[in-house]
Design a protein around this ligand. Structure first.
Ligand code: MEV
Length: 438
């Protein structure tokens, strides 16, 4: 263990690297070399990355891939994905192709409402507070005007400010519950700036409100922050095709549809399964969210809260056979942006957005929902037919071979060798030994 360090953030990058290498690694020279190896050769690009966060030492690469052939509302899309898990992109591509001949994906944005709250304590009569809040509504509007001006010009802004009585949950606890339309921006900074201004107005007005003045103001602000729970910033994606006795290019078989629906029913009724089921959905969702420079932690938090909205954690996807058609759909809350933040800073997120045809935030919501639905379709399809390991381990083969130090030629030979064989650590080890003996 090393000693605490003072003023680390003020050291130069080289000094930080020296400190880390000398205090936290067994081989300081190797550590320094490795960190430097991952620097971008273009100092401008490197500098950009360093300035995203504090104490940057190097860059951490993840693969940037694409899954082609997604037919979404009749428009063909190639979806960019950033993810490390071997089988995810291949699964997305397979699901896209499967639905390409069966009508593709249809999507619809059900709402774009964002939420933020000023949390405060009030010890007095609820009726008096309610009258006070109503009386200062024009002040809320006037004092946020300069912040909301640009957003309003484009048709967005603060859409409501209402008082919520939370005293049943916590003594004295109230909120200004605010809703926003942030258009193509994810809007976190806009929302938080508006909320902090609303809190200032609320606090000042409470101090000056004659009815409160007798015993000193009974109102105290606790905090102001957006909510990542956005149940009304919702998008739906769906696939549907006829059911037939045997599968064809345009149908699914009755047997498959029934097994698929059972798998969804299990995820709906059993939280242990639902969490893994939804994790598979998030493989697709997060990969696109990251590729397009959006905040995957915000999306994850909001999505899982939504999956628990009934009081029990459940599946985000649904399936049914209706009128001879197999239907499979997802409803998922997604607060995304296609302007501002990382979307306009990181060169690869700009490219990712270009690949998906410069979408609006609403369009991106639909693309991300499709990626989630496709991923879930691919997982359930494998689970109820071949089992997940077949495809999963095939894709993992190169990782295993890299771990075992296989050369490019050995990898080529073994990929061919395992085309019709089961992949696991011991079979791959045996296969590698075999070709090395030869
Ligand atoms: C693995 O990353 C995701 C799956 O476990 C999802 C699922 O079980 O539905 C395959």
């Amino acid at each position: 263990m090393h000693q605490p360090v003072e003023g680390f953030s003020k050291l130069t990058k080289d000094e930080k690297i020296d400190w880390i290498a000398n205090n936290c690694t067994k081989d300081p020279d190797a550590a320094k070399k490795l960190l430097q190896q991952y620097w971008n050769t273009n100092p401008k690009v490197q500098n950009l990355h360093e300035e995203f966060i504090e104490n940057t030492l190097s860059n951490y690469y993840l693969p940037f891939a694409v899954a082609p052939n997604f037919l979404i509302n009749g428009n063909l899309q190639t979806i960019p994905m950033v993810i490390e898990e071997s089988s995810v992109v291949a699964a997305a591509g397979k699901a896209a192709k499967f639905w390409l001949t069966r009508g593709g994906f249809t999507t619809k944005v059900l709402g774009t409402e964002k939420v933020g709250q000023v949390h405060f304590m009030f010890h007095g009569k609820q009726q008096v507070l309610s009258e006070f809040i109503t009386s200062i509504q024009p002040k809320f509007e006037a004092e946020t005007e300069s912040l909301t001006k640009n957003m309003r010009k484009r048709g967005g802004g603060i859409t409501s400010i209402s008082l919520r009585d939370k005293t049943r949950q916590l003594k004295g606890y109230y909120q200004l519950h605010c809703t926003f339309d942030t258009l193509d921006a994810m809007g976190a900074n806009f929302i938080n700036s508006c909320l902090e201004q609303l809190a200032k107005t609320l606090e000042r007005e409470a101090k000056e409100y004659p009815v409160f003045q007798k015993n000193g103001t009974p109102l105290a602000i606790v905090m102001s922050i957006l909510s990542n729970y956005v149940p009304n910033c919702l998008v739906r994606a769906e696939v549907s095709c006829p059911v037939s006795a045997e599968k064809s290019e345009t149908t699914v078989s009755q047997g498959f549809a029934e097994r698929f629906i059972q798998a969804i029913a299990i995820a709906k009724s059993e939280p242990f399964r639902a969490v893994t089921h939804n994790k598979g959905i998030m493989n697709g969702v997060d990969a696109v969210v990251i590729a397009t420079g959006n905040d995957f932690r915000a999306v994850e938090a909001g999505v899982h809260a939504y999956a628990s909205k009934s009081g029990e954690y459940s599946s985000l996807t649904h399936a049914a056979i209706e009128g001879g058609h197999f239907k499979f759909w997802i409803e998922i809350p997604l607060a995304l942006g296609t302007v501002g933040g990382l979307t306009s800073l990181h060169p690869l997120t700009k490219l990712a957005l270009e690949i998906v045809q410069q979408p609006s935030a609403r369009e991106l919501m639909q693309i991300v929902a499709v990626a989630g639905l496709a991923q879930n379709f691919a997982a359930i399809r494998s689970l109820v037919t071949t089992g997940i390991q077949k495809g999963h381990m095939k894709m993992h083969l190169l990782n295993l071979l890299n771990q075992m130090g296989a050369t490019a030629d050995e990898k080529r030979q073994l990929v061919e060798y395992f085309r019709d064989k089961a992949v696991n650590t011991s079979t791959v080890k045996e296969g590698l030994e075999l070709i090395r003996k030869q």
